[in-house]
Design a protein around this ligand. Sequence first.
Ligand code: ACO
Length: 446
Amino acid sequence: MSTSVTGNQDFFYNNRFIHDFRHASPYIHHFNGKTLVLAISSHVLVSDKLAALAADILLLTSLGMRLVIIHGCSQFIRAIADCHTAISIDENPVTDEAALRLVKQACGIARFDLEAALSMMPTQVMDHSIPNVRISSGNFLRAKPLGVINGIDMGYSGSVRKVDAAAIEEHLARNQLVLISPIGHSLSGQSYRLPVNEVAQAVSEAINAEKLIFLGTQQGILDEQQQTISKLNCIEIRQLLARNITDKRQTELLQTAVHVLEHGVQRVHVLSGLHDGSLLLELFTREGSGTAMAKAPFMRIRPAENKDIGEILQLIAPLEAAGILLPRDSEYMENHIHEFSVLEQDCYVYGCVALHVYPQEKAGELACLIVSPNARTRGYGELLLSHVIKQAQELQLQVLFALSTNTGDWFIERGFTSATLAQLPLKRQQQYTSNKRQSKIFRRQL
Ligand code: ACO
């Protein structure tokens, strides 16, 4: 029997689609109704990637995400001013009247270009029942002048005094996309030029955004070898800043990230807006496309819930087939889910462990310790073990057992010693004899 090439391709693409869709679905569910702030560099807005990015942004709104976009304008200034003037506006912290006029013009063009791109009907959302996305902009930012710094009058360079979070919220609640330029107005009616990073920081904190996403020209935050760092927490960001290895732009991004993460924003992402689909990859895949930053380490251990059973069974299946772990079915899991803890990052389960308690003997058994193959040798196994030891100590157990066919060395290296069948709680001895697995027994005093 032969299969046509087209048939094979269909099979490949169908499988790929099913795989990708299944993996994206927890994220799609999680982000519905969440507020995301996108800070888009003007380099991206003037590039030929704007249309694709706008299509992806529309796709996010159609999936129920509430979006605020803050745009840069330096490349638009370059388009309307001579090179010398544009560079001086970019680099000079002082904004005079002529510079402010150019900034206003550049913001106007940036806004129109973005509005036009967001008004296209993208191929991804050909569903005509989805209404056009309405875009709101307005006086959301109250500004104050920087004033005189070290004897230099900073002119119309300002900083954010207040964000009208209630007004932004009103527009978001009406399913509108909010577009904000880096210009704010003072109580006296004067306009001031504002740094995009500062606007992104102030807005995402004021509206309690789930994520702040910077879309620029670099793929993410780079290490000494110019490789993209995929994940950072606040401690690592501070260590990176102390090493002084990032350029000025990346240093500013890292400083902004620490600030917003410590003021309620859950995640900061730095991505390239010049790579087609980077935003979708970052939001809907485990691997992401750029750098994702969080306040605390990304992995956490939490009690397992019924909704985790499917993922736990997926972790167990290959180990059960290899004879490493005992078979467990969904009925068993439903009855014992309260004994399990899971290792989770974002919406995914990367590992699990169970603690069975034998109250009479003041003993516990650590079981079903698994770290998914793509997260191994990073200390998560040990983290799960410490978690179970802590649980057992809190229950005032005196001894912890582990039965294993081929992970004995791992337990021995972590303070366990070989034990005999007679040292197991009686009920467990009976199970041991009946299942005939001949596992080795290890114990650790608590
Ligand atoms: N025997 C000895 N050492 C091992 C074993 C093993 N079977 N498996 C991994 N290690 C070592 C690694 O080589 C690594 O050593 P290194 O740091 O010197 O390179 C170290 O353990 C890694 O330790 P962690 O990062 O803390 O652990 P990790 O997150 O990789 O998870 C685990 C370890 C849970 C054993 C993982 O390899 C796994 O899921 N294995 C398959 C499932 C399994 O066998 N579970 C134990 C069943 S027994 C029970 O649950 C009671």
